[in-house]
Design a protein around this ligand. Structure first.
Ligand code: A2P
Length: 272
């Protein structure tokens, strides 16, 4: 199984990473990032809004893993959208992380009337080489179609809420047709679906947990996946997914768990 994926601009992104939404700034974030990198993870996904960029940077340095081996994602917060404020927010994220470049910079949410100006700034940041790739998050098909009317660079990634109870198949098809990679947030359904009998049963066949089954379902579905945990044993467990393979029938059963129910806000009704 190939652990990385090539994005449309040629960047190489690890398919499995650590997400740090709701990981507390300070020791919790430093340790989670350090443990993940020491366990073999090479992708760390943060955001300005998570308020833990300083500790994420510290965890990266504490891991002993060379910077160039690590793929770091951060995101532009809604209040910072607009051309000038995007340029400024990017510099602030770089400073907080203590890095001189970001591997992937994302627009966090499609703030109406603002995201096109933000994207012009993102394109400039990309051309300057300080973000090696740029993309979006929480964009529906109509947001991307609107963005592409003026964009000169196509987003490389759309990071969306995606898990076995929200499989997003129509949007995934649109993204695939446009060579935009799909990345899943809350990939484990925020931990709320780990007792699902189908997932537990499938896991038993392979001596794997429901969490590992879900991660493997994402990977085999060509979805970049960033499960969150602050526990070292779970961080390790979530990376221990490269020694088994779900069957087509397993994948189909997991796809059928879809209920189209979101755990987070719908990007069309988000109170920005
Ligand atoms: P914790 O951080 O306390 O380990 P998602 O990535 O979908 O947002 O899910 C994250 C949630 O799932 C967190 O509450 C996390 O708890 C929990 N979690 C992550 N990995 C595992 C695991 N392997 N087993 C059980 N719970 C997990």
């Amino acid at each position: 199984f190939k652990k990385t994926k090539e994005l449309a601009n040629g960047s190489i992104i690890p398919r499995l990473g650590l997400g740090v939404w709701q990981v507390k700034d300070g020791a919790e974030a430093v340790d989670s990032v350090k443990w993940a990198l020491q366990a073999g993870y090479r992708l760390i996904d943060t955001a300005a809004a998570y308020k833990n960029e300083v500790s994420v940077g510290e965890g990266i340095r504490a891991s002993g893993v060379p910077r160039e081996e690590i793929f770091v994602t951060t995101k532009l917060w809604n209040a910072d959208q607009g051309y000038d404020s995007t340029l400024k927010a990017f510099d602030e994220s770089l400073n907080k992380l203590g890095l001189d470049y970001i591997d992937l910079y994302l627009i966090h949410w499609p703030v109406e009337g603002k995201y096109k100006d933000s994207w012009r700034a993102m394109e400039e940041i990309y051309r300057s080489g300080r973000a090696k790739a740029i993309g979006v998050s929480n964009f529906h098909e109509h947001h991307i179609e609107d963005l592409l009317k003026e964009a000169t660079i196509v987003p490389t990634v759309d990071q969306i809420e995606l898990h076995p109870t929200l499989t997003q198949e129509p949007l995934r098809k649109f993204l695939a047709d446009n060579q935009i990679a799909v990345e899943a947030w809350s990939p484990l359904g925020q931990g709320k679906i780990l007792e699902n009998p189908t997932l537990v049963e499938i896991g038993k066949k392979y001596h794997k947990t429901a969490a590992q089954v879900i991660i493997r379902w994402h990977l085999q579905s060509d979805i970049i996946v960033i499960p969150k945990s602050v526990h070292q044993d779970r961080i390790k467990q979530n990376f221990d997914v490269f020694d088994f393979e779900l069957t087509e029938a397993d994948i189909k059963r997991i796809n059928e768990l879809n209920t189209n129910e979101r755990l987070g806000p719908d990007p069309d009704n988000f109170d920005f």
